[in-house]
Design a protein around this ligand. Structure first.
Ligand code: AMP
Length: 177
């Protein structure tokens, strides 16, 4: 059976409401139970740390991809830790072979990872599912921006439809069924 990979784009912040990491853990658990390898930015910080903790405690393979200039921020004890020279290489390796790319609530780093993946999907350079976890409306401003792009002809409705916005843990977990 071929390996199923799920990449999680995660906040690196330790100052976020605990509900975000709690929900992240529940989604990761569902992905692990469905046999996915869990891929992330491989840091112990923020939601990345919660995702790695949960994957390892579920016994799932957990891969981290981190640039060398972040030495010291890596999560110790991952199944595999890949070092890159640049953030661009990191994003490419995180995404490589992923069947699902899920952005959890995050900031500019998470948004960068999400948008790059969406652009590559639009251009036929990535073929997995893409979603952003819209817990308590977190991603509503991004949805508003995308809908504005569609209204003004900057984004094709078909391309807008390439990204899903699950609102609950159950809806996000269903990505991995
Ligand atoms: P942000 O959403 O701005 O918190 O950025 C988180 C994402 O950007 C992660 O998935 C990482 O790939 C990258 N990133 C940004 N800052 C850090 C950091 N301090 N440690 C590790 N990764 C980071």
């Amino acid at each position: 059976m071929t390996e199923k990979r799920a990449v999680f784009f995660c906040s690196a912040s330790d100052r976020i409401h605990p509900k975000y990491n709690q929900a992240a853990r529940e989604i990761v658990r569902a992905a692990c139970l469905s046999g996915y390898t869990i891929v992330s930015g491989g840091s112990y910080r923020g939601t990345m740390g919660a995702v790695c903790d949960e994957a390892l405690s579920c016994g799932a393979p957990c891969v981290g991809v981190i640039p060398r200039f972040m030495k010291g921020w890596e999560y110790e004890g991952l199944t595999q830790l890949l070092w890159t020279d640049t953030m661009a290489e990191r994003k490419a390796l995180m995404r490589a072979g992923a069947h699902v790319a899920l952005a959890l609530p995050g900031g500019i780093g998470t948004t960068d990872e999400l948008i790059e993946t969406l652009v590559l999907r639009k251009l036929g350079r990535y073929d997995g599912r893409i979603a952003a976890f819209n817990l308590d409306g977190f991603f509503e401003p991004l949805i508003t921006l995308f809908d504005h792009f569609v209204r003004d002809g900057m984004l094709e409705p078909a391309d807008r439809a390439l990204i899903e916005f699950p609102k609950t843990v159950a809806e996000a977990a269903a990505l991995f069924e």
